[in-house]
Structures are given as C-alpha cells and as structure tokens.
Design a binder for this molecule. Structure first.
Ligand SMILES: C[C@H](O)[C@H](O)[C@@H](O)C(=O)CO
Ligand SMILES: [Mn+2]
Length: 430
C-alpha cells in the first residue's frame, strides 16, 4: 500500500473512533460535517495586496493600517486572482469572495472614478466567482482617495464631497445587485467609513446627522432586498480618528434598525478591548432577522491580525451555532497582514473560522442548554470542560480529506512551493 493511501486510511480510522466518542457525548459528527460544508465564509480580496486596490496609487487611509513588507504582494488583478485561487485550494467547504470597490478591473485603458463605477467594471470578478461556483460580497471604498477631505466622506460638511460619495454608494448598490443576479447568491454590501476626528470634536451631532442623511440617500437607490443585503459597520476609533467616529456602535445599530433591509455589521476589532462580539450576537438576533460579521483578530487594538483559533473566535462560532443562526448571520473575514506570506494568511484565517464552526457544531449544545435551564451549574461547568477535550482534530482532518484539501501540517509546504514558484518571482517587495 502506498504512503498516501495508508495515510488516508489512518485519517478515516481515527475519524471512525472519534465519531464513536462524540456519539457517546451526544454529538452526530456526520451531521456536523454535512452542515459545515454548506456554511459560506466570505474571503476578503484585500488581504492579498495590503488593501491597495487597483484604482489609485496613494497611501491607505481611513484610519486603517497594514504593517509589514513581506515580498510577493499581488500587483494586478491576474496576480490577485491567482493568489486567491491558491488559497482557495487549501480551504475546505463553501466560500464567497468579498470585493472592495477599489478593486474594479479596468480594461483597454479605461478608467472610471468611484462615483462612476458600473457593473461592467467588475465583470472579471463575476467571471471568477461563477467559474468557481461562489457568491460575491461587496464594499464601497470610502478611503484611499483624494475626495476624502480632512478625513471625511459621507459626513463631510462639504456638500460636493458628500455628493461624490453618495453617488459612489449608489453605484455600489447597483453593482451588488448585478453580483447577486449573476451568481444567484445574495450579495452582502457593507458600508464602512473612517469619518471622524483625531481630537475632541466641537460638534458631534452635525457629522452624524449628515452621515445618516447620506446613507439614507444611498439606501434609496432601488434594489431587491432578497438579493442585496446592505450593512452598516460601526467602529469605536481608528488611527488618526481616536476621539470620535461618526459611525459609532449606537449610530450603526439605530441606522440599521430604522432602515428596512439594512443589517448591522459587527467587526470584532471595532469595540473596546473588553467588549466581546460573541456576547452581542444573540442580543442583535433578538431584534434583527439577519446580521453580518467581520471576524478579525485585534491585538490590543484594531490591528487586523490573521484570524486564529483563539477563544473569542471559538465563542463567536459557538454563538452562531447555539442561536441556530447559520442562515441568519453573514460571516466574512477582515484582516490584512503584510508581514507574512499573504496566501498563507488567507488560508490559515479561513480554516481557523471553519475549525471554530466545526467545534461549535460538534458540541452537545442542547444538552448544555438544558443543564443551564435546570440550574445544574456545577454539572454544566464540568461538562463544558469535558467537551473541550473531545477529539475535534480527528474530525477536522477527516473533513479536510473529504474535501480534498491539505491537513494543517501540509499547509506550509504548499505555501512554500507557491512562494518559490510564483511569489518570489515578483520583483517589487510591496
Ligand atoms: C477594508 C475594510 O473595509 C475595512 O477593514 C473595514 O471593514 C474595517 O474593518 C475598518 O476598520
Ligand atoms: Mn471590518
């Protein structure tokens, strides 16, 4: 028997043993795997080029920052799509692709500014997604552009600035509808701006009122609510806007609540470090039919480190599963690390969230809920600790094998090979 066949048999045998252990704990691992295969996780295109995009040459603005200078950054749509393909080939299960408006692909020397973008400028992304049987999500890009005036876009006191960005937002609604119609999958369209102030503002209300009116004008653009899911992402602060952001948590939640069809989007890097998005999910699900997430890893601040299988990532996934909300929560990743291989960053982050979902699905949630409801708290604590030692790794390895992707230990070799053959040949460091 060849080594590969032997390895597959070992993975299968270990899974069969694990399945029995989980069965005794009240978990059906076959069902968990089947569910996981159908849960889409949206992979953000902007990890591949340090949020540079294709429509401008200026610096990254908007209160966000990539750090690092790892060689091999994608510089063209072709390079970015090839790198995404390599990452996707290492990620099991269902995926979507999340595109920013700054990633329009202009052909034959054409250029359109952000307020004039049209669906056809994203035809290459539609082709990419359709060929791979995936849906697309979208984001207007309200940063890294000369029309960001004194850090402001939709909340600017300058009516011409606001008009430019309102037109951009409307164009993005039309592009989102096109994405949904072409792929047959609803398109989540997320609105985030870095509008705010470095120091204590003299007027907090004015910018927020202008922001509200601008977003409501964008949302007045006609769209099919079953196809386009506009979201409002909040943020507590950004680099250079430490004292005030127009789109605070209360602002975003209220805006989404008052505008039918608009979803709140929580990015777990966008709150005070002691606040946990895992705790906020059920609160929002009591009121909103659907919500959206940007899952990231903030290290001390909104640093957008690569997602790992850490406690909060596991708790976020557990909450989605425990709330029976896999169909109500749109999951997207949002981080950008320029200090390591970017293909690996994608693959490790996406796999981390999928592992978290698998662990959540392989947890005897009903049994734990019953213990809580019956106030059997001592037993609950003991069982929660016992669940942590269940052989999740054997289920994950089998899932990867079933999906035809590498296991965790094989990932680096694949990344290294691609780096040697492709990424290292790119002349420019960043
Ligand atoms: C590039 C994204 O739009 C951006 O990361 C945004 O979602 C955000 O989280 C800003 O901090
Ligand atoms: Mn985000």
């Amino acid at each position: 028997m060849k080594g590969e066949e032997q390895e597959m048999m070992t993975v299968t045998k270990r899974y069969e043993d694990a399945r029995e252990i989980f069965r005794k704990a009240g978990v059906d691992t076959d069902a968990a795997i089947e569910t996981l295969k159908r849960v889409p996780v949206s992979m953000h295109c902007w990890q591949g080029d340090d949020v540079t995009g294709f429509d401008q040459k200026g610096p990254l603005t908007g209160g966000i920052q990539t750090t690092g200078n790892y060689p091999g950054r994608a510089r063209t749509p072709e390079e970015l799509m090839a790198d995404m393909d390599r990452a996707l080939s290492m990620i099991p299960g269902k995926k979507k692709i999340n595109v920013h408006a700054s990633y329009a692909v202009f052909e034959n020397g054409e250029f359109a500014d952000r307020n004039q973008l049209e669906p056809r400028h994203f035809a290459r992304w539609v082709e990419f997604a359709k060929e791979r049987g995936m849906g697309l999500d979208f984001n207007p890009t309200f940063f890294s552009h000369p029309m960001v005036k004194d850090g402001q876009t939709l909340s600017s006191p300058d009516a011409a600035v606001r008009r430019f960005w309102i037109e951009h937002g409307k164009a993005c609604i039309r592009i989102s509808q096109y994405f949904a119609e072409e792929t047959g999958v609803p398109c989540v369209m997320n609105i985030w701006t870095g509008d705010g102030f470095k120091d204590v503002p003299a007027d907090r209300m004015g910018p927020r009122m202008r922001y509200k009116e601008s977003i409501e004008e964008i949302l007045a653009e006609p769209f099919d609510k079953n196809k386009v899911k506009p979201c409002m992402e909040s943020k507590v602060f950004g680099i250079g806007v430490e004292s005030y952001t127009a789109g605070s948590a209360e602002f975003a939640l209220s805006l989404a609540a008052q505008n039918e069809g608009c979803l709140p989007l929580m990015d777990n890097g966008h709150y005070h470090p002691t606040e946990l998005v895992s705790d906020k999910i059920s609160a929002l699900l009591c009121f909103y039919p659907e919500i959206a997430l940007h899952v990231t890893r903030g290290v001390r601040w909104d640093s957008d480190h690569v997602l790992l299988l850490d406690d909060e990532t596991k708790e976020i996934a557990r909450e989605i599963v425990r709330c029976n909300a896999l169909e109500r929560v749109y999951i997207a990743l949002d981080y950008f690390d320029a200090s390591i291989n970017r293909v690996s960053a994608w693959a490790v982050g996406m796999r981390s969230f999928q592992k978290a979902l698998l662990m959540a699905l392989c947890t005897p949630n009903e049994k734990l809920k019953a213990l809580q409801d019956e106030s059997r708290f001592t037993e609950l604590m003991a069982v929660i600790e016992a669940v942590k030692m269940l052989p999740f790794g054997d289920v994950w390895n089998y899932y990867c094998q079933e999906c035809g992707v590498t296991d965790d230990f094989g990932l680096f070799a694949e990344v290294q090979e691609y780096e040697e053959k492709v990424l290292s040949k790119r002349a420019e460091g960043r």
